[in-house]
Design a protein around this ligand. Structure first.
Ligand SMILES: Cc1ncc(COP(=O)(O)O)c(C=O)c1O
Length: 400
Protein backbone atom coordinates (compact mmCIF):
# COMPACT_ATOMS: atom_id res chain seq x y z
CA UNK A 1 0.00 0.00 0.00
CA UNK A 2 1.26 3.47 -0.83
CA UNK A 3 1.41 6.22 1.71
CA UNK A 4 0.68 9.78 0.71
CA UNK A 5 3.06 11.82 -1.40
CA UNK A 6 2.71 14.50 1.26
CA UNK A 7 3.99 12.31 4.11
CA UNK A 8 6.79 10.90 1.98
CA UNK A 9 7.97 14.40 1.13
CA UNK A 10 7.97 15.55 4.75
CA UNK A 11 11.34 15.63 6.47
CA UNK A 12 12.16 13.85 9.71
CA UNK A 13 13.41 16.32 12.35
CA UNK A 14 16.95 17.23 11.31
CA UNK A 15 17.71 18.30 14.88
CA UNK A 16 16.95 14.81 16.11
CA UNK A 17 18.39 12.78 13.23
CA UNK A 18 21.81 12.31 14.86
CA UNK A 19 20.31 11.21 18.20
CA UNK A 20 21.14 7.50 17.58
CA UNK A 21 24.84 8.47 17.49
CA UNK A 22 24.45 10.24 20.84
CA UNK A 23 22.74 7.16 22.28
CA UNK A 24 25.64 4.99 21.10
CA UNK A 25 28.17 7.41 22.63
CA UNK A 26 26.33 7.28 25.95
CA UNK A 27 26.31 3.47 25.78
CA UNK A 28 30.14 3.68 25.51
CA UNK A 29 30.14 5.61 28.80
CA UNK A 30 30.60 9.08 27.25
CA UNK A 31 28.77 12.06 28.72
CA UNK A 32 27.10 14.04 25.92
CA UNK A 33 26.40 17.75 26.44
CA UNK A 34 23.28 18.52 24.42
CA UNK A 35 23.69 21.86 22.74
CA UNK A 36 21.68 20.64 19.76
CA UNK A 37 18.10 21.21 20.86
CA UNK A 38 16.16 24.21 22.17
CA UNK A 39 14.88 22.58 25.34
CA UNK A 40 15.58 24.98 28.24
CA UNK A 41 16.80 23.50 31.54
CA UNK A 42 15.48 26.39 33.67
CA UNK A 43 12.90 25.36 36.27
CA UNK A 44 9.27 25.89 35.28
CA UNK A 45 7.83 28.59 37.61
CA UNK A 46 6.13 27.10 40.68
CA UNK A 47 2.90 29.04 39.95
CA UNK A 48 2.31 26.73 37.01
CA UNK A 49 2.19 23.65 39.24
CA UNK A 50 0.32 25.42 42.05
CA UNK A 51 -2.45 26.56 39.74
CA UNK A 52 -3.01 23.00 38.52
CA UNK A 53 -2.83 21.61 42.08
CA UNK A 54 -5.44 24.11 43.25
CA UNK A 55 -7.85 23.19 40.47
CA UNK A 56 -10.72 21.36 42.16
CA UNK A 57 -12.88 19.99 39.30
CA UNK A 58 -13.42 16.26 39.62
CA UNK A 59 -13.59 15.72 35.87
CA UNK A 60 -10.93 16.70 33.36
CA UNK A 61 -13.38 17.87 30.73
CA UNK A 62 -12.79 19.46 27.34
CA UNK A 63 -11.94 23.14 27.50
CA UNK A 64 -13.74 25.49 25.10
CA UNK A 65 -12.37 25.08 21.56
CA UNK A 66 -11.02 28.65 21.19
CA UNK A 67 -9.40 28.27 24.60
CA UNK A 68 -9.98 28.71 28.32
CA UNK A 69 -11.44 32.24 28.77
CA UNK A 70 -9.19 32.83 31.80
CA UNK A 71 -6.09 32.07 29.74
CA UNK A 72 -7.30 34.30 26.92
CA UNK A 73 -7.74 37.14 29.43
CA UNK A 74 -4.25 36.52 30.87
CA UNK A 75 -2.75 36.69 27.35
CA UNK A 76 -4.69 39.90 26.71
CA UNK A 77 -3.13 41.37 29.87
CA UNK A 78 0.32 40.17 28.74
CA UNK A 79 0.03 42.10 25.46
CA UNK A 80 -1.70 45.04 27.16
CA UNK A 81 1.42 45.53 29.35
CA UNK A 82 3.21 46.46 26.10
CA UNK A 83 0.36 48.69 24.97
CA UNK A 84 -1.03 46.12 22.52
CA UNK A 85 -4.76 45.56 22.64
CA UNK A 86 -6.55 42.39 21.54
CA UNK A 87 -10.25 41.69 21.94
CA UNK A 88 -11.05 38.26 23.39
CA UNK A 89 -12.19 36.96 20.01
CA UNK A 90 -8.84 37.97 18.47
CA UNK A 91 -6.98 35.22 20.40
CA UNK A 92 -7.30 31.45 19.96
CA UNK A 93 -5.37 29.05 22.21
CA UNK A 94 -3.42 26.34 20.39
CA UNK A 95 -1.32 23.25 21.08
CA UNK A 96 1.94 25.18 21.27
CA UNK A 97 3.11 27.81 18.83
CA UNK A 98 3.43 24.89 16.38
CA UNK A 99 -0.33 24.47 15.99
CA UNK A 100 -0.76 28.24 15.78
CA UNK A 101 1.55 28.31 12.73
CA UNK A 102 -0.30 25.37 11.16
CA UNK A 103 -3.64 27.09 11.77
CA UNK A 104 -2.30 30.24 10.15
CA UNK A 105 -1.16 28.28 7.09
CA UNK A 106 -4.41 26.34 6.81
CA UNK A 107 -6.49 29.48 7.15
CA UNK A 108 -4.67 31.70 4.65
CA UNK A 109 -3.01 29.41 2.08
CA UNK A 110 -4.15 27.00 -0.60
CA UNK A 111 -1.90 24.25 -1.97
CA UNK A 112 0.61 25.78 -4.37
CA UNK A 113 0.70 29.13 -2.58
CA UNK A 114 4.04 30.61 -1.56
CA UNK A 115 5.27 32.03 1.72
CA UNK A 116 8.45 34.09 2.05
CA UNK A 117 10.66 33.19 5.03
CA UNK A 118 14.03 34.69 5.95
CA UNK A 119 16.59 31.88 5.94
CA UNK A 120 18.11 30.31 7.96
CA UNK A 121 14.79 29.46 9.64
CA UNK A 122 13.29 27.12 12.24
CA UNK A 123 13.38 23.74 10.47
CA UNK A 124 9.84 22.73 11.40
CA UNK A 125 8.54 25.51 9.16
CA UNK A 126 9.40 23.04 6.38
CA UNK A 127 6.96 20.51 7.84
CA UNK A 128 4.19 22.98 8.69
CA UNK A 129 4.23 24.33 5.16
CA UNK A 130 4.65 20.97 3.46
CA UNK A 131 1.57 19.68 5.31
CA UNK A 132 -0.49 22.43 3.77
CA UNK A 133 1.09 22.14 0.31
CA UNK A 134 2.69 25.58 0.62
CA UNK A 135 6.04 26.39 -0.98
CA UNK A 136 8.74 28.14 1.04
CA UNK A 137 10.49 30.94 -0.82
CA UNK A 138 13.60 31.87 1.16
CA UNK A 139 14.70 35.44 1.78
CA UNK A 140 18.40 34.74 2.18
CA UNK A 141 20.12 36.51 5.06
CA UNK A 142 23.84 36.43 5.74
CA UNK A 143 25.95 35.77 8.82
CA UNK A 144 28.20 38.66 7.82
CA UNK A 145 25.22 41.00 8.15
CA UNK A 146 24.07 39.56 11.50
CA UNK A 147 21.29 37.74 9.59
CA UNK A 148 19.38 41.00 9.15
CA UNK A 149 16.97 41.45 6.25
CA UNK A 150 18.10 42.43 2.75
CA UNK A 151 16.67 45.53 1.05
CA UNK A 152 12.93 45.83 0.38
CA UNK A 153 13.69 45.63 -3.35
CA UNK A 154 15.33 42.28 -2.87
CA UNK A 155 12.36 41.02 -0.85
CA UNK A 156 9.90 42.37 -3.41
CA UNK A 157 11.75 40.59 -6.22
CA UNK A 158 10.71 37.27 -4.64
CA UNK A 159 7.00 38.07 -4.65
CA UNK A 160 4.80 36.35 -7.25
CA UNK A 161 1.00 36.21 -7.71
CA UNK A 162 1.09 33.08 -5.52
CA UNK A 163 2.75 34.78 -2.54
CA UNK A 164 0.40 34.87 0.43
CA UNK A 165 2.54 35.80 3.41
CA UNK A 166 5.89 36.56 4.96
CA UNK A 167 6.65 34.40 8.00
CA UNK A 168 9.52 35.22 10.35
CA UNK A 169 10.64 34.42 13.86
CA UNK A 170 11.69 37.39 16.00
CA UNK A 171 14.03 36.88 17.83
CA UNK A 172 15.23 34.34 15.32
CA UNK A 173 15.79 30.65 15.67
CA UNK A 174 18.50 29.59 14.70
CA UNK A 175 20.22 33.00 14.48
CA UNK A 176 19.31 34.86 17.69
CA UNK A 177 18.81 37.93 15.49
CA UNK A 178 16.41 40.58 16.75
CA UNK A 179 14.69 42.53 13.97
CA UNK A 180 14.85 46.30 14.30
CA UNK A 181 11.80 48.57 14.28
CA UNK A 182 12.93 49.77 10.85
CA UNK A 183 13.00 46.20 9.51
CA UNK A 184 9.49 45.59 10.80
CA UNK A 185 8.30 48.84 9.21
CA UNK A 186 9.85 47.76 5.91
CA UNK A 187 8.10 44.38 6.10
CA UNK A 188 4.87 46.21 6.82
CA UNK A 189 5.28 48.42 3.73
CA UNK A 190 5.90 45.36 1.55
CA UNK A 191 2.93 43.50 3.07
CA UNK A 192 0.61 46.44 2.49
CA UNK A 193 1.87 47.05 -1.05
CA UNK A 194 1.25 43.43 -2.13
CA UNK A 195 -1.60 42.66 0.28
CA UNK A 196 0.25 39.88 2.10
CA UNK A 197 -0.14 38.50 5.60
CA UNK A 198 2.77 39.11 7.98
CA UNK A 199 3.18 36.27 10.43
CA UNK A 200 5.42 37.12 13.36
CA UNK A 201 6.53 34.10 15.36
CA UNK A 202 7.17 35.62 18.77
CA UNK A 203 7.80 32.48 20.85
CA UNK A 204 11.17 33.97 21.97
CA UNK A 205 9.87 37.51 22.48
CA UNK A 206 11.38 39.25 25.52
CA UNK A 207 14.37 36.86 25.57
CA UNK A 208 16.67 39.67 24.39
CA UNK A 209 20.06 40.98 25.51
CA UNK A 210 22.12 44.17 25.65
CA UNK A 211 18.99 46.24 26.43
CA UNK A 212 17.46 45.30 23.06
CA UNK A 213 13.70 45.31 22.70
CA UNK A 214 11.82 42.76 20.65
CA UNK A 215 9.04 44.73 19.10
CA UNK A 216 5.90 42.71 18.75
CA UNK A 217 4.25 42.98 15.37
CA UNK A 218 1.24 44.08 17.41
CA UNK A 219 3.00 47.40 18.10
CA UNK A 220 2.98 48.40 14.43
CA UNK A 221 0.17 50.69 13.34
CA UNK A 222 -1.92 50.32 10.20
CA UNK A 223 -1.62 46.59 9.46
CA UNK A 224 -4.34 45.17 11.67
CA UNK A 225 -5.86 43.05 8.91
CA UNK A 226 -2.54 41.66 7.68
CA UNK A 227 -0.83 40.87 10.99
CA UNK A 228 -0.79 37.45 12.67
CA UNK A 229 1.17 36.85 15.89
CA UNK A 230 2.30 33.45 17.14
CA UNK A 231 2.74 33.13 20.92
CA UNK A 232 3.85 30.29 23.18
CA UNK A 233 4.74 29.58 26.81
CA UNK A 234 7.34 26.97 25.79
CA UNK A 235 10.55 28.99 25.83
CA UNK A 236 9.91 32.15 27.86
CA UNK A 237 8.42 30.20 30.75
CA UNK A 238 10.44 27.01 30.28
CA UNK A 239 7.28 25.00 29.70
CA UNK A 240 7.88 23.17 26.42
CA UNK A 241 5.88 20.14 27.56
CA UNK A 242 2.77 22.12 28.46
CA UNK A 243 2.00 22.55 24.75
CA UNK A 244 0.30 25.91 25.13
CA UNK A 245 0.49 28.56 22.44
CA UNK A 246 -1.86 30.99 20.78
CA UNK A 247 -2.62 32.75 17.52
CA UNK A 248 -3.53 36.43 17.60
CA UNK A 249 -4.90 38.64 14.87
CA UNK A 250 -7.08 41.72 14.67
CA UNK A 251 -8.42 40.34 11.39
CA UNK A 252 -11.80 39.20 12.76
CA UNK A 253 -12.75 37.23 9.67
CA UNK A 254 -9.50 35.26 9.86
CA UNK A 255 -9.98 34.53 13.57
CA UNK A 256 -13.60 33.53 12.98
CA UNK A 257 -12.34 30.94 10.47
CA UNK A 258 -9.51 29.78 12.74
CA UNK A 259 -12.10 28.85 15.38
CA UNK A 260 -13.38 26.19 12.93
CA UNK A 261 -9.92 24.57 13.00
CA UNK A 262 -9.91 24.77 16.80
CA UNK A 263 -13.34 23.15 16.96
CA UNK A 264 -12.20 20.29 14.72
CA UNK A 265 -9.57 19.26 17.26
CA UNK A 266 -12.02 19.94 20.11
CA UNK A 267 -9.74 21.47 22.72
CA UNK A 268 -6.27 22.15 24.10
CA UNK A 269 -5.25 20.43 27.37
CA UNK A 270 -7.51 21.76 30.14
CA UNK A 271 -4.97 21.50 32.94
CA UNK A 272 -2.06 22.97 31.01
CA UNK A 273 -4.20 25.99 30.15
CA UNK A 274 -4.85 26.52 33.87
CA UNK A 275 -1.11 26.40 34.58
CA UNK A 276 -0.33 28.69 31.64
CA UNK A 277 -2.82 31.30 32.91
CA UNK A 278 -0.66 31.71 36.01
CA UNK A 279 2.48 32.04 33.86
CA UNK A 280 1.11 34.92 31.81
CA UNK A 281 0.32 36.80 35.00
CA UNK A 282 3.95 36.65 36.20
CA UNK A 283 5.37 40.16 36.24
CA UNK A 284 8.36 41.44 34.32
CA UNK A 285 10.80 40.62 37.14
CA UNK A 286 10.41 36.92 36.27
CA UNK A 287 11.10 37.56 32.59
CA UNK A 288 14.05 39.81 33.49
CA UNK A 289 15.63 37.04 35.55
CA UNK A 290 15.31 34.57 32.66
CA UNK A 291 16.63 37.11 30.20
CA UNK A 292 19.65 37.79 32.39
CA UNK A 293 20.34 34.08 32.78
CA UNK A 294 20.40 33.57 29.00
CA UNK A 295 22.52 36.70 28.54
CA UNK A 296 25.06 35.28 31.00
CA UNK A 297 25.12 32.02 29.05
CA UNK A 298 25.41 33.86 25.74
CA UNK A 299 28.44 35.67 27.11
CA UNK A 300 30.07 32.39 28.19
CA UNK A 301 29.59 30.97 24.69
CA UNK A 302 30.96 34.12 23.03
CA UNK A 303 33.94 34.27 25.35
CA UNK A 304 34.88 30.63 24.63
CA UNK A 305 34.26 30.95 20.87
CA UNK A 306 36.46 34.05 20.74
CA UNK A 307 39.41 31.89 21.74
CA UNK A 308 39.04 29.50 18.79
CA UNK A 309 40.96 30.51 15.67
CA UNK A 310 39.26 30.56 12.24
CA UNK A 311 35.66 30.27 13.32
CA UNK A 312 33.18 33.01 12.51
CA UNK A 313 30.07 34.20 14.35
CA UNK A 314 28.00 37.27 15.09
CA UNK A 315 26.99 37.99 18.67
CA UNK A 316 23.28 37.09 18.92
CA UNK A 317 20.92 39.58 20.53
CA UNK A 318 18.13 37.26 21.56
CA UNK A 319 16.61 33.76 21.93
CA UNK A 320 19.24 31.19 23.00
CA UNK A 321 20.93 30.20 19.77
CA UNK A 322 24.03 31.10 17.84
CA UNK A 323 25.13 30.10 14.35
CA UNK A 324 28.84 29.60 13.90
CA UNK A 325 30.78 29.05 10.69
CA UNK A 326 33.50 26.42 11.08
CA UNK A 327 36.72 26.01 9.09
CA UNK A 328 35.44 22.67 7.72
CA UNK A 329 33.83 21.65 4.42
CA UNK A 330 30.95 19.72 5.94
CA UNK A 331 29.79 20.67 9.42
CA UNK A 332 27.52 17.62 9.71
CA UNK A 333 30.53 15.33 9.37
CA UNK A 334 32.17 17.23 12.22
CA UNK A 335 29.05 16.92 14.40
CA UNK A 336 28.96 13.16 13.72
CA UNK A 337 32.68 12.80 14.40
CA UNK A 338 32.25 14.51 17.79
CA UNK A 339 29.80 11.74 18.70
CA UNK A 340 31.58 8.77 17.14
CA UNK A 341 35.31 9.48 17.40
CA UNK A 342 35.98 12.20 19.92
CA UNK A 343 36.02 12.48 23.69
CA UNK A 344 37.74 14.68 26.23
CA UNK A 345 37.89 12.95 29.59
CA UNK A 346 34.89 10.82 28.58
CA UNK A 347 32.85 13.85 27.51
CA UNK A 348 31.63 15.18 24.17
CA UNK A 349 29.19 17.71 22.74
CA UNK A 350 26.24 17.38 20.40
CA UNK A 351 25.51 20.31 18.08
CA UNK A 352 22.94 20.87 15.33
CA UNK A 353 24.32 20.98 11.76
CA UNK A 354 22.91 24.18 10.25
CA UNK A 355 22.28 23.16 6.64
CA UNK A 356 18.74 22.01 7.42
CA UNK A 357 17.89 25.50 8.66
CA UNK A 358 18.30 26.70 5.09
CA UNK A 359 16.21 26.19 1.96
CA UNK A 360 19.48 26.71 0.02
CA UNK A 361 21.22 23.95 1.94
CA UNK A 362 24.71 24.79 0.67
CA UNK A 363 24.62 28.08 2.55
CA UNK A 364 24.66 26.20 5.86
CA UNK A 365 27.11 23.49 4.88
CA UNK A 366 29.92 24.87 7.04
CA UNK A 367 27.74 26.05 9.92
CA UNK A 368 26.42 24.62 13.17
CA UNK A 369 23.87 25.93 15.64
CA UNK A 370 24.58 25.97 19.35
CA UNK A 371 21.61 26.15 21.74
CA UNK A 372 22.88 27.52 25.06
CA UNK A 373 20.34 25.75 27.19
CA UNK A 374 22.66 24.39 29.88
CA UNK A 375 23.44 26.15 33.16
CA UNK A 376 26.70 28.12 33.29
CA UNK A 377 29.05 25.50 34.78
CA UNK A 378 27.89 22.75 32.42
CA UNK A 379 27.89 25.17 29.49
CA UNK A 380 31.44 26.26 30.15
CA UNK A 381 32.58 22.63 30.33
CA UNK A 382 30.70 21.85 27.12
CA UNK A 383 32.34 24.78 25.33
CA UNK A 384 35.80 23.64 26.45
CA UNK A 385 35.05 20.17 25.06
CA UNK A 386 33.81 21.75 21.81
CA UNK A 387 36.93 23.94 21.57
CA UNK A 388 39.17 20.92 21.98
CA UNK A 389 37.09 18.91 19.52
CA UNK A 390 37.09 21.42 16.66
CA UNK A 391 40.83 22.03 17.01
CA UNK A 392 41.58 18.32 16.98
CA UNK A 393 39.27 17.78 13.99
CA UNK A 394 40.98 20.50 11.95
CA UNK A 395 44.41 19.12 12.84
CA UNK A 396 43.34 15.63 11.92
CA UNK A 397 41.98 16.81 8.53
CA UNK A 398 45.31 18.50 7.84
CA UNK A 399 47.20 15.30 8.65
CA UNK A 400 44.87 12.98 6.67
C1 LIG B 1 10.87 29.73 16.09
C2 LIG B 1 10.00 28.70 16.73
N1 LIG B 1 8.68 28.75 16.54
C3 LIG B 1 7.85 27.85 17.06
C4 LIG B 1 8.33 26.82 17.86
C5 LIG B 1 7.36 25.83 18.40
O1 LIG B 1 7.23 25.98 19.76
P1 LIG B 1 6.05 25.34 20.60
O2 LIG B 1 5.18 24.55 19.69
O3 LIG B 1 6.70 24.52 21.66
O4 LIG B 1 5.33 26.52 21.16
C6 LIG B 1 9.71 26.71 18.10
C7 LIG B 1 10.26 25.62 18.90
O5 LIG B 1 11.45 25.39 19.00
C8 LIG B 1 10.57 27.68 17.52
O6 LIG B 1 11.89 27.65 17.71
Amino acid sequence: MNLSKRINEMQASPIRKLVPLAIEAKARGIKVYHLNIGQPDIKTPQVFFDAIKNHKDKVVGYALSPGDPNLIQAIRRFFERDGIHFDSDEIVITNGGSEAIMFAMQAICDPGDEVLIPEPFYTNYNSFLKETGVKIVPITTMATNGFHLPSSNEIESLITPKTKAILFSNPGNPTGTVLTWDELERLKEVALKYDLFLISDEVYRKLVFDHEITHSLGSLKGIDNNAIIIESVSKRYSTCGARIGSIQSKNKELMHQVVKLAQARLSVSTLDQIGATALYDLDDSYIDSIRMEYEKRRDIVISELSQIPNIKFETPKGAFYIIITLPVNDAENFVKWMLTDFELNKETVMLAPAEDFYANKNLGKRQVRIAYVLESTQLKKAMIVFKEGIQKYIQKRKND
